[in-house]
Design a protein around this ligand. Structure first.
Ligand code: 13P
Length: 235
């Protein structure tokens, strides 16, 4: 399974280093065989000599150049980073990224062979508008995306479940993951208010290949517990 932590705008470089070291000790000491990914804040990217896969939360589709406030391929290469999160709802809705700009980013980092964790998910009004409208909204987030890309991981994160403590029912997760698996065979993660208290049952849902965790992952011991659940379920 794939267990990923999106650290968002949290932790300094020093704190991130310590976090990754603690994760690494846990993974090594417990002979964990799951794929563990961590997405630190941009300024906390650093050398990484651990088995934990470190990815970028964002980068501009460029090697380098005049794109104030952005980083490019060169900056990721400095730390041998080959994994990137694309299409997160906070970038779509707070930072105003369009599907077009997301596709440009996707294609750029795909060409470089990056592992891409591509996020999709509907806001509350779309869910409340009913099944058909919700699926149309989600389908539009697949437009321009190579769903057969070999290094693709998809993360289904309902926007209304992110950081709210709300989650869809397990039946809802099962039902939507079943539909999404028809669109792409890529590993499919669930994200949105995954906590120690619900991680095991979410991981146990059919067609859930892992989780993408935000706030609860900031507690390294909580994140390690979730990794242990995945390990247990994979036995
Ligand atoms: P929370 O786990 O804080 O809801 O965030 C989920 C998320 O956005 C992961 O990318």
């Amino acid at each position: 399974m794939i267990i990923a932590a999106n650290l968002k705008t949290n932790f300094t470089r020093k704190e991130t280093k310590q976090y990754i070291q603690e994760l690494e000790s846990y993974v090594t000491n417990n002979a964990i065989t799951q794929e563990v990914l961590v997405f630190p804040a941009m300024s906390s990217l650093d050398e990484n000599n651990t088995s934990i896969i470190v990815g970028a939360q964002n980068a501009y589709p460029t090697q380098e150049g005049a794109f104030t406030g952005e980083i490019g391929e060169t900056h990721l290469n400095e730390f041998a980073i080959k994994t990137i999160l694309i299409g997160h709802s906070e970038r779509r809705h707070i930072l105003g990224e369009t599907q077009e700009s997301i596709v440009a980013k996707f294609n750029y980092y795909k060409k470089l062979g990056f592992k891409i964790v591509y996020c999709i998910g509907e806001p509350l009004p779309k869910r409340e508008a009913g099944e058909q409208e919700m699926m149309e909204y989600i389908s539009a987030q697949y437009e321009g995306i190579d769903t057969e890309y070999e290094n693709l991981i998809i993360a289904y994160e309902p926007v209304w479940a992110i950081g709210t403590g709300l989650t869809p029912t397990l039946e809802d997760i099962a039902s939507i993951h079943k539909k999404l698996k028809k669109k792409s065979k890529a590993p499919l993660l669930y994200g949105g208010s995954v906590k120690v208290t619900n991680a095991k049952e979410v991981l146990n849902v059919l067609n859930v290949d892992g989780i993408l965790v935000g706030s609860a992952a900031l507690y390294v011991e909580h994140f390690c517990t979730m990794i242990s659940y995945a390990e247990e379920l994979s036995q």
